[in-house]
Design a protein around this ligand. Structure first.
Ligand code: NAD
Length: 483
């Protein structure tokens, strides 16, 4: 019988009593490989209670000791690097190299949080009046949690929990029910390392668990990563219940190629940007804006490179693009391809119906390129989250920026150019949280905030880096005079 994954509460593996489950499917083969329980409100509350109790001791555990725990986890993940990467590919579909890339980032996130003792945890001012000193100390608040998406099942929770527990809070992870196995294995590894019970917990499920976490009087704040539609529901509810919230939503990332771009180096970057993780990346290229004369040669080279991409089971050597992560995701992308055709875009390369030898039931879509795309078409405005490149020909940088500005999202945007002036103009004017200059996927490393603007982010403090430290702590001001 297919295994139903367990919750991890108060340092123990616990079976959910819920009869409701959802299937975890290997998207390359279509096989059911596990089941995720839709845990109950009672089980969610048990995790909150465990984290609340653990907070009493954990907050006064010396910061260096907390950092040492994180260091052990970092090092154990390094020891299990290949195994973790394989599990990720099996449940999510991305290629093994992409899974390794995700685990490199995962480990970096934990590594960055190990330096919390030396990050900004307060500041002082002497003699604000004669003989009076003032200081700010940053204190942890209690129980935090994250609601994670399906596309980076190994990494996304580590944008948050290492920083939360590093600053003295306790934590609950709610993985996406579509891909729980990466988190289960991570927690099995962590279980062996002596982290005090209740500091880190995991509850599986969907909206019901998420709501119970938000509504509980014993939780402090939520980090959500997922679609903007659900993110807005979470943000509103968090406000209603007085919770801190950081909500990272959907995206439509515009990649602008100027006439003076170095095409030889630009095209491979574009291929990675649009097709990396089969386009299911919140930082993936969403629309290619070809400026002026670069349009014809760029289009030709992009189609050529797209045709060469090897699609298959991500576990196999040499495969450059895996399947879509789910049937639902595949259908969503196919319906947007249909809409592009109906709205009059020209399909230069059609990835529908691609056959991958040995995997008749996999959720595959091949590289797809659209030309003659208009800025108001669905494929140019909505998040496709699949391997599709819509190309728009624009006359100059102003027209490109006008199109970018009109879009509701602002997660990332890149420009390819050899002009410093254009690059400076782009980073100054484009309203997106992560800007790439001759970089196709503008992914900030763990010491920098993972930014996002407009409908791609709701809240004020972002994930990662100093922003994360600030999100998980509150400032206390102390004014001192000694008689
Ligand atoms: P999703 O919104 O469907 O689900 C995200 C999480 O929300 C899941 O854990 C799900 O169980 C939970 N959820 C579903 N309904 C809920 C509800 N009513 N209340 C509370 N929680 C609920 O997103 P997804 O399909 O898993 O992920 C893909 C999306 O995530 C894309 O839009 C992508 O751009 C976005 N994403 C954004 C970033 C970023 O940093 N901005 C990073 C990764 C993914």
């Amino acid at each position: 019988m297919t295994e139903v994954v367990k919750n991890y509460i108060n340092g123990k593996w616990v079976e959910s009593k819920s009869k409701e489950t959802s299937d975890v499917i290997n998207p390359a083969t279509g096989e059911v490989i596990a089941k995720t329980p839709m845990s109950t409100i009672e089980e969610t509350n048990q995790a909150i209670e465990a984290a609340k109790q653990a907070f009493r001791r954990w907050r006064s555990t010396p910061t260096m000791t907390r950092a040492r725990h994180l260091n052990r986890i970092r090092s154990a993940f390094e020891d299990h690097f290949e195994e973790l990467s394989k599990i990720l590919t099996t449940e999510q579909g991305k290629t093994l190299d992409e899974a390794r890339g995700e685990y490199r980032r995962t480990i970096e996130n934990i590594e960055c949080a190990t330096s919390i003792p030396s990050l900004q945890m307060g500041y002082n001012a002497e003699d604000i009046a004669a003989g009076i000193d003032e200081m700010v100390i940053k204190q942890p608040l209690g129980v935090f949690f994250c609601i994670a998406p399906f596309n980076f099942p190994g990494m996304v929770p580590t944008w948050f929990w290492p920083f939360a527990i590093g600053t003295g809070n306790t934590y609950i992870v709610k993985p996406s029910p579509q891909v729980p196995l990466s988190q289960v294995r991570q927690f099995e590894i962590i279980h062996e390392l002596g982290l005090p019970k209740g500091v880190l917990n995991m509850v599986h499920g969907g909206a019901e668990v998420a709501n119970a976490l938000i509504e509980s009087p014993d939780t402090i704040g939520v980090s959500f990563v997922g679609s903007t539609h659900v993110g807005k529901i979470v943000y509103k509810k968090a406000g209603e219940f007085g919770k801190r919230a950081q909500v990272q939503g959907g995206a439509k990332n515009f990649i602008t190629v100027m006439p003076d771009a170095d095409l030889k180096r630009t095209v491979p970057a574009i291929i990675t940007s649009f097709y990396g993780c089969t386009g299911q990346r919140c930082l993936a290229g969403g629309v290619l804006l070809a400026v002026g004369d670069i349009y014809e040669p760029l289009k030709e080279k992009v189609v050529e490179a797209s045709e060469e991409l090897i699609v298959g089971n991500g576990l196999e050597e040499g495969v450059q693009m895996g399947p879509m992560a789910s049937k639902h995701g595949m259908e969503h992308t196919l319906s947007l391809i249909e809409s592009g055709i109906k709205e009059g875009a020209e399909l230069l390369l059609d990835g529908r119906g691609i056959k991958v030898d040995g995997y008749p039931d996999g959720y595959f879509i091949g590289p797809t390129v659209f030309d003659k795309v208009k800025p108001d078409m669905k494929i140019a405005t909505e998040e496709i989250f699949g391997p599709v490149i819509p190309i728009i020909h624009v006359k100059d940088l102003d027209e490109a920026i006008e199109i970018i500005d009109a879009n509701r999202y602002g997660n990332a945007s890149s420009v390819f150019t050899s002009s410093g002036k254009v690059a400076r103009d782009y980073q100054y004017r484009v309203k997106a949280g992560n800007i790439g200059i001759n970089i196709g996927v503008a992914a900030p490393i763990a010491t920098f905030p993972f930014s996002g603007m407009k409908d791609s982010f709701l809240g004020d403090l972002h994930g990662q880096g100093q922003d994360a430290v600030d999100f998980f702590t509150e400032n206390k001001v102390i004014i001192t005079r000694w008689f």
